[in-house]
Design a protein around this ligand. Structure first.
Ligand code: 5GP
Ligand code: ZN
Length: 112
């Protein structure tokens, strides 16, 4: 857990989130400012700053995140597709410095 990290606080249950999935490694919750009718994030419970800080040890974790995306997308009613976005670093538009994968859909193509 990293102090002052909003997603670590959500993982710890210190601040609320609208969760749609949780296991020992991962959590998924709806974005507080949705960019489309469905917009949630899949987040590793471990505080990894970004994709640029991930390493070989995270290989299985990263695979699990991507394999979970279509399962949760379907559960949210996204039957004909969705977008996945990973913003990395300041230059990549990342605002929350805890790795997360956005899953977005339901607003037609290019909703975000
Ligand atoms: P980034 O730009 O880092 O890829 O995206 C961060 C996302 O986290 C933004 O879409 C923002 O709306 C969302 N977000 C920021 N703070 C919170 C929060 O406290 N709760 C939830 N559910 N989403 C948040
Ligand atoms: Zn964190």
């Amino acid at each position: 857990m990293s102090e002052n990290c909003i997603f670590c606080k959500i993982v710890a249950g210190d601040i609320p989130a609208n969760k749609l999935y949780e296991d020992d490694q991962l959590i998924a919750f709806h974005d507080i400012h949705p960019a489309a009718p469905v917009h949630f994030m899949i987040v590793p419970k471990e505080h990894i700053v970004s994709l640029a800080e991930a390493n070989q040890r995270h290989e299985q974790l990263l695979g699990r995140i991507l394999l979970l995306a279509p399962i949760l997308a379907k559960e949210q009613g996204l039957n004909d597709g969705f977008r996945t976005i990973i913003n990395t670093g300041k230059g990549g538009g990342q605002e929350v410095m805890h790795l997360h994968v956005h899953v977005i859909g339901g607003g037609g193509p290019r909703a975000m």
